[in-house]
Design a protein around this ligand. Structure first.
Ligand code: ADP
Length: 167
């Protein structure tokens, strides 16, 4: 099937609420891909970085597999990922960056994640330094990038905002 999916990237520091919002959007009928799950389930990584407590992604093969996938689907596909810059840019319609106040993010990571103190601090630092925003700004034009504060909106409100952006 010939197709050209429109990709909505849902990105942000771990803990900002990507998975939660993606699940809500899925309930509302949107196609969702968790890039992390895709990478793990298809073994698209070189190994595990025990210092950074994360997989070392084989970006080239991930991009190849994504292009294969994109050739089989059409319509909107919401890709949820911390590492949005891996996704081939030509398909990306909008980039939604969820942001979170550092204090709230710390509380979420301490409560819900089995991260070490160092990993939690690394993520808080990344949020303060706007690493996701900077990484996306290096690739995508400003008009495609939208930030939503997840500290002041519920997951439902965020999902609705994203739907209104898409439409
Ligand atoms: P991510 O996928 O970005 O790592 P998650 O979706 O796993 O983040 O969310 C981390 C935690 O924060 C979860 O326990 C979730 O219930 C909570 N959470 C997510 N979004 C919100 C929100 N907008 N308001 C309050 N809590 C939230």
């Amino acid at each position: 099937m010939n197709s050209s999916p429109q990709i909505i990237l849902l990105t942000g520091t771990p803990g900002v609420g990507k998975t939660t919002v993606a699940a809500l959007l899925h309930q509302k009928g949107f196609q969702i891909l968790s890039l992390n799950d895709f990478i793990i389930s298809d073994g698209l990584y070189f190994g595990f970085d025990y210092i950074r407590e994360s997989v070392i992604i084989d970006e080239e093969i991930v991009q190849k597999k994504l292009l294969n996938l994109f050739s089989t689907i059409s319509g909107y596909l919401i890709i949820e990922s911390h590492a949005a810059e891996i996704v081939p840019a030509e398909f990306v319609h909008h980039i939604i960056i969820l942001r979170c106040a550092p204090k709230i993010l710390r509380a979420r990571l301490e409560q819900f994640r089995k991260y070490s103190k160092a990993k939690i601090n690394e993520n808080i630092q990344a949020e303060i330094m706007e690493e996701c925003l900077i990484a996306t700004q290096e690739i995508f034009p400003a008009e495609k990038i939208i930030q939503i504060d997840s500290s002041s909106s519920s997951p439902d409100e965020i999902a609705e905002k994203i739907i209104s952006i898409i439409s």
